[in-house]
Design a protein around this ligand. Structure first.
Ligand SMILES: [Cu+2]
Length: 154
């Protein structure tokens, strides 16, 4: 099963190199062209968790801006298992209370379960979240620089 996942990941990486900016996992639910909603948010943003080349583990995009009320869906595209782990000491005051209930079976503080299956997702909602910067990492690939940042704007 692992071999299949790696091959799927390679196929995704190769097609991503074709220059066409396309998200094959997200069903077109992208927010690049979204119009701000009065009162904030409600949009869905997609982040792919990928292995590029032999050892470049990344969140793509690694940095994104969202509004309070939006949600971010992390997709396990290649190179897994991955997870999403927010740094408890670098998120805004009050953010922990918003994030913690959304992370069942944490493997560490504010650290989601590992996702293994291709296409598996982790969804984090920023409904009611305080504005500011939310830095996160992928626990298995932390030392390899798989990090990201979400900036939440009220
Ligand atoms: Cu990872």
């Amino acid at each position: 099963m692992k071999t299949i996942a790696v091959m799927v990941g390679l196929a995704a990486a190769v097609s991503a190199c074709g220059g066409e900016k396309r998200d094959e996992t997200a069903g077109g639910d992208t927010t690049q062209a979204m119009t701000p909603t009065p009162g904030g948010g409600g949009a869905t943003h997609n982040v792919n968790m990928v292995l590029e080349g032999a050892s470049a583990y990344r969140f793509v995009p690694a940095e994104l801006n969202v509004r309070v009320g939006d949600k971010v869906v992390f997709h396990n595209v290649s190179g897994g298992p991955h997870n999403v782990a927010f740094w408890p000491d670098s998120i805004p005051a009050g953010a922990r209370e918003v994030l913690e209930p959304q992370i069942p079976n944490p493997i560490g503080p504010l650290s989601s379960e590992l996702v293994v299956d291709p296409g598996a997702t982790i969804t984090i909602s920023f409904v009611g979240a305080p504005g500011g910067e939310y830095r996160f990492t992928c626990t298995p690939h932390m030392a390899l620089g798989m990090n990201g940042k979400i900036t939440v704007t009220p």
